[in-house]
Design a protein around this ligand. Structure first.
Ligand code: FES
Length: 215
């Protein structure tokens, strides 16, 4: 078996050799084939060089479309998810005026590397309307290990039943005897268009003291 490696300079040499061979062939139509060229081993060598040139040229021509195809296929993996956007959650009038928190599921268009999932539940929040008109928003995910907290009417706080973490209703700060390393994760809120409540929903990494968004 014969193995070979193609380089552009070698392709040029091979193609030049092919042209030379073709020219020689035309000349040979007029003149008798030289005795040296007529030898079987030289004819075999010439045929091998022509085939090698064709294979190399085909490989070079095929590289750009193959590379472009791979780039398109890998493109979604190279895209990075952007920052969280604000989501319209509810109307201001839907929130109790006495400061009792109300839970809302957050829906958004979700996307993985190749697919889009429109209007999918991506989490939940508590909204709490204060007497001064300010609105607090907390992600329901417990910062300890990721269970969901609930509003405890009897204690007027947020509570996680998994490992008994409790959080202040006003500030979200964890109670001193709670295993959670930080308070509830607050979210940005804005009121627009005469009473629409918009929240910048994000999830944060549980189990650490710092509030670090999951991107
Ligand atoms: S997950 Fe909430 S206290 Fe452990």
């Amino acid at each position: 078996k014969k193995f070979f490696v193609c380089h552009s300079s070698q392709i040029a040499i091979v193609m030049a050799h092919i042209n030379l061979s073709e020219n020689t062939k035309l000349e040979n139509e007029k003149e008798p084939i030289p005795e040296e060229d007529a030898k079987p081993e030289n004819a075999e060598r010439r045929e091998f060089m022509i085939k090698a040139g064709s294979v190399c040229l085909g490989g070079v021509v095929a590289i750009p479309p193959i590379a472009a195809g791979i780039a398109v296929l890998m493109d979604p993996l190279r895209r990075k998810q952007g920052d969280a956007d604000f989501t319209r959650v509810t109307l201001l009038d839907a929130l109790p005026e006495d400061g009792t928190p109300k839970k809302f599921t957050i829906y958004a268009d979700k996307q993985d590397a190749w697919n889009k999932f429109p209007n999918t539940a991506i989490g939940a929040i508590y909204l709490c309307r204060k007497s001064d008109g300010k609105i607090d928003a907390f992600n329901v995910v417990c910062p300890h290990l990721g269970c969901a907290v609930v509003f405890r009417e009897s204690e007027r706080d947020y509570y996680c039943p998994c490992h008994n973490s409790a959080f202040d209703l006003e500030t979200g700060t964890q109670a001193p005897d709670s295993p959670s390393a930080r308070g509830l994760d607050s979210l940005e809120v804005k009121v627009e268009n005469e009473g629409e409540v918009w929240v910048k929903f994000q999830n944060f990494q549980p189990g650490i003291a710092d509030k670090k968004a999951i991107v």
